[in-house]
Write a protein that binds this ligand. Structure first.
Ligand code: NAD
Length: 278
């Protein structure tokens, strides 16, 4: 099984399917990431606020897998965006991960009330230039935030990681990315189990047709739409299920039917709105 890669505007390749560790408790993170690496995942998505970077780092160290085969992402938390703080935060994350550099460093939320996201982006550029992050990007940024950081710095993010699943597709953010060369990562790709995606007739029908599970159909939809995706599960059998999506393809009609799940008015969102997080 080979996971396809996506070429970023930095020139680096990112594995299109990975493993996310949001809400994996610190004490369980090492075990979960060790199992994920054993099964074949090579791309791990963590964040300072997940408080499990040490566990991720311990699993990486014990795996014996060559660093060059791994793609590790972490994120700058909202209260470290101002002044020179992003530099300190990056060093702390690298210490916890036990790494010299990450493959991708993201600002976690724009937190517009703080008005520090453009400074944070400037600091991420410096962090990249210092060789501590191979690629840099943002998360939860809306077109107005993206326009601002590009206008202020001239640097286009490699990635925008946003809540994205069939019920919440954020077409305006996708359009910005398509015209700018930014790649999209889908967080909450399975709707965090909060939206009844698996029972949806379009998903259920495709699962039946292909002899796959509804979760596998939704992951396949992300991949075929060109999104980068890292579903989370601490159950080993589900980790394996979520990686076992390279032996089938959805038809254009199936993709259209799944695209149509989005009510189109934002009501399919399952988590916080970017303007409300500070
Ligand atoms: P997700 O959509 O991946 O849902 C995870 C839940 O889905 C699991 O807890 C489990 O209950 C269920 N699940 C997983 N595999 C399943 C399967 N095969 N069958 C049935 N149910 C299954 O949600 P998520 O964890 O929030 O998102 C994935 C990753 O995205 C996170 O771990 C994290 O790395 C990232 N993330 C980023 C942000 C951000 O603000 N940037 C926010 C949330 C998550």
């Amino acid at each position: 099984m080979t996971v396809p890669t996506v070429k970023l505007n930095s020139g680096y390749d990112i594995p299109q399917l990975g493993f996310g560790v949001f809400l994996v408790p610190p004490a369980e993170a090492e075990k979960a990431v060790s199992e994920a690496l054993e099964i074949g995942y090579r791309h791990i998505d963590t964040a300072a606020i997940y408080k499990n970077e040490e566990g991720v780092g311990a699993a990486i160290a014990k795996s014996g897998i060559d660093r060059s085969e791994l793609f590790i992402t972490t994120k700058l938390w909202n209260d470290r965006q101002s002044g020179e703080q992003p530099h300190d935060a990056m060093r702390e994350s690298l210490d916890k991960l036990g790494l010299d550099s990450v493959d991708l460093y993201l600002t976690h939320w724009p937190t517009p009330e703080r008005d520090t996201y453009s400074n944070a982006w400037q600091k991420l550029i410096e962090i990249r230039d210092a060789g501590l992050a191979k690629s840099i990007g943002v998360s939860n940024h809306l077109p107005a935030h993206l326009d601002r950081i590009v206008e202020d710095t001239g640097v286009v993010p490699s990635i925008n990681q946003i809540e994205l699943h069939p019920a919440h597709q954020q077409q305006d953010v996708l359009d910005w990315a398509a015209t700018s060369g930014t790649k999209i990562e889908s967080w909450g790709p399975l709707g965090q189990g909060k939206y009844p995606l698996f029972e949806n007739p379009a998903v259920a029908a495709a699962a039946e047709t292909h002899g796959k599970t509804p979760a596998q159909v939704v992951i396949r939809w992300h991949l075929e739409r060109g999104f980068i995706v890292f579903p989370k599960s601490v159950r080993k059998e589900r980790m394996a299920e979520n990686l076992d999506v390279f032996d089938f393809s959805l038809t254009a009609a199936e993709i259209d039917a799944i695209n149509a799940i989005d009510p189109g008015d934002g009501s399919g969102r399952v988590s916080a709105h970017p303007l409300e997080v500070n």
